[in-house]
Design a protein around this ligand. Structure first.
Ligand code: BTN
Length: 267
């Protein structure tokens, strides 16, 4: 991937107009944060063919064989309250699945709080990191990793991953997909800046709402019904004893046994 290939045919006004393209980098998010601290303009794009220190949520590593994926980060300078930062993750997630549908007619979904899923397997993830000043966001970096031409048969089964190539049965052009994603995110971001809050569209794109789930958090595991999300993007869980629980951090997996465990058993 090259900067000129990305710029050639890019239809955005802002996103990706300033582009830093690397064959190898530590982490696009880390570099984008450094650039943002140095005053990089809104929409600055950092993209790489390979990361040696790609990061996921909750201090996990993000691994992707060279040249198989889209690995990129965007600098945003939104006028947003820090507690509303999830709005950026929402518009970016929606932009990704809209671009995938537009180009390939594949119906990807989102999974709370920041996964991109296809055929119930993980297609990608979003890592949003913000620098704040008081109650406001100074800048935010949204990093997106997307399995594009990844041969998922080489991955251990427990990854539960898929790729666009795997679903379509053919390789797809990464640059064209990146351009479409940037365009779709920009459309959503302009609306966010104008005050349009994306929670309703985001909730509609989330595949786990209405299901019995297990919620794994750093402090324990909870079981309940994923009733919905609140305005700021927190998950509203109805525990089995009827209590409601609003949560910001964690991973959810479908709970096949449905109400099998009592609330007393919550770990
Ligand atoms: C997750 O599912 O935990 C989020 C993964 C985000 C990975 C992307 S790859 C590009 C960008 N740079 C990083 O270091 N992380 C994000």
């Amino acid at each position: 991937m090259t900067s000129s290939a990305i710029l050639n045919g890019l239809s955005t006004r802002c996103l990706g107009r300033s582009v830093f393209c690397y064959s190898l980098i530590d982490s696009t998010n880390s570099t984008a944060k450094t650039l943002a601290e140095q005053g990089a303009e809104e929409g600055t794009l950092v993209v790489a063919d390979e990361q040696i220190a790609g990061r996921g949520r909750l201090n996990r590593r993000w691994l992707a064989p060279p040249g198989t994926s889209l690995l990129f980060s965007l600098v945003f300078r939104p006028q947003l309250q820090a507690k509303r930062i999830q709005g950026l993750t929402m518009v970016c997630g929606l932009g990704v699945i809209e671009a995938i549908y537009q180009l390939f007619r594949l119906s990807a979904h989102l999974k709370w709080p920041n996964d991109i899923v296809l055929s119930r397997r993980k297609l990608g993830g979003i890592l949003t990191e913000a620098s704040t000043s008081g109650e406001l966001v100074r800048y935010a970096v949204v990093g997106i990793g997307l399995n594009v031409n990844l041969d998922v048969t080489t991955l251990p089964a427990q990854f539960h991953a898929t790729s666009i190539q795997h679903e379509l049965g053919r390789r797809v052009p990464r640059v064209r997909l990146l351009q479409e994603i940037l365009s779709a995110i920009e459309t959503r971001y302009v609306r966010l800046r104008a005050g349009e809050w994306p929670a309703r569209d985001w909730a509609a794109a989330l595949e786990t709402i209405g299901q019995w789930v297990e919620l794994h958090t750093p402090t324990g595991t909870w079981r309940g019904l994923a009733e919905g999300i609140d305005e700021d993007g927190a998950l509203c869980l109805r525990l089995e004893d009827g209590r409601s629980y609003t949560v910001w951090v964690g991973d959810i997996v479908p709970n096949q046994s449905e109400k099998s465990a009592s609330a007393d058993e919550l770990i």
